[in-house]
Design a protein around this ligand. Structure first.
Ligand SMILES: [Zn+2]
Length: 340
């Protein structure tokens, strides 16, 4: 029942430490660490456990009490999750114009709504109420200041859990009111064995591509077909089909397309200087071969244009045209007769 709220093997020590202080936890905690290591899942499991009416000996939620039932249904009256809201308007847009842009900010209206929730008294369980905010760097200046007021005078029984991938972007006044909890990053072996348990194939290759994040590696395994086709095309260098590349990349969305291309060029540059590919270990040989004929000046120019393209990304149709132009330049990188 509660398997989706399991904590990860590399989090057991942090979990035990917090659970041991269950009755005396500070009113605000900042769970910080790089993206993709399971911080949100940990925060949710902790919330569920703190609200549970009959927690197990190891501190985990029982999964059967009324409180756990509400939590599993996403309707717990004493729990609020604040996250950037999905842009609803896009859902109704006609298919070609449909974008998958997510809002990245937590609005002041959301924080005010949270204030209303905090004024109510709790429904159950010794007055514990939990506000989970993820990612906390999604707070803009206005919403951060609204939250600050609540952190300064927290209502009794309320626990604020802030999750941050980039804690340095938070207002220092917010950070200073939270206990900092450094969330552990799994080592290579821990990440690999977890991925293997999840049945992820080519775990090592995927972990490298995901820059060491096991969650990103698993997500990538689940939706990896389009990406593999793109990488196979890129690996053809001068023989790549720029137009089909543009179409496939555009389908990923501009942000993801740029990440894919930046990683590829990063590895190409590494191979140009006789270093092994860092992200694309499966394509290392192809990259090494491509690096021999790549025009370095043009490649640096292309990298700069990727940044510009991302910043000026607008409509999907325009984006595809822009991607076509970029991919035609990519093919050109390998067409020069002489190396610079
Ligand atoms: Zn329970």
């Amino acid at each position: 029942m509660s398997q989706e709220l399991m904590i990860f093997p590399w989090q057991h020590a942090v979990w035990a430490g917090l659970i041991a202080q269950r009755k005396t936890l500070p009113h605000a905690m900042l769970l910080r660490g790089p993206a993709g290591i399971g911080k949100l899942q940990f925060a949710q499991a902790l919330s569920k456990a703190l609200l549970c009416q009959q927690p197990q000996a190891d501190g985990h939620a029982c999964g059967v009490c009324a409180s756990c039932g509400w939590f599993a249904q996403g309707s717990h009256p004493d729990f609020r999750l604040l996250a950037p809201e999905q842009d609803q308007a896009d859902e109704d847009a006609p298919a070609p114009a449909k974008t998958t842009t997510k809002k990245t900010q937590i609005s002041v209206a959301q924080v005010r709504e949270l204030g209303g929730f905090l004024e109510l008294s709790s429904h159950h369980n010794d007055g514990v109420r939990i506000a989970l905010i993820c990612p906390a760097e999604g707070l803009n200046v206005a919403s951060a200041n609204a939250l600050l007021k609540m952190l300064e005078e927290p209502p009794p029984g309320v626990v604020f859990l802030l999750v941050a991938h980039q804690p340095q972007r938070l207002l220092p006044t917010i950070t200073s009111r939270c206990r900092k909890v450094d969330m552990p990053v799994p080592d290579m072996q821990g990440a690999l064995s977890w991925l293997n348990e999840q049945g992820v194939d080519q775990a090592e290759v995927r972990l490298a591509y995901a820059g060491g994040s096991p969650m990103a590696a698993r997500d990538q395994a689940e939706g990896s077909k389009p990406l593999e086709l793109i990488l196979a095309q890129l690996a053809r260098g001068a023989g790549a089909d720029a137009y089909s590349l543009a179409t496939m990349l555009n389908a990923l969305g501009m942000a993801e397309a740029m990440r894919v291309l930046q990683k590829w060029l990063y590895d190409l540059l590494a191979c140009r200087f006789a270093v092994q590919a860092r992200y694309h270990i499966l394509h290392n040989a192809a990259l090494q071969a491509l690096a021999k004929s790549v025009d370095l000046a043009q490649m640096l120019e292309l990298q700069r244009k990727l940044d510009d393209a991302y910043r000026s990304a607008t409509h999907p149709l325009n984006n595809e045209l822009q991607l076509e132009s970029l991919m035609l330049q990519y093919v050109q990188l390998f067409s020069a007769k002489t190396r610079t």
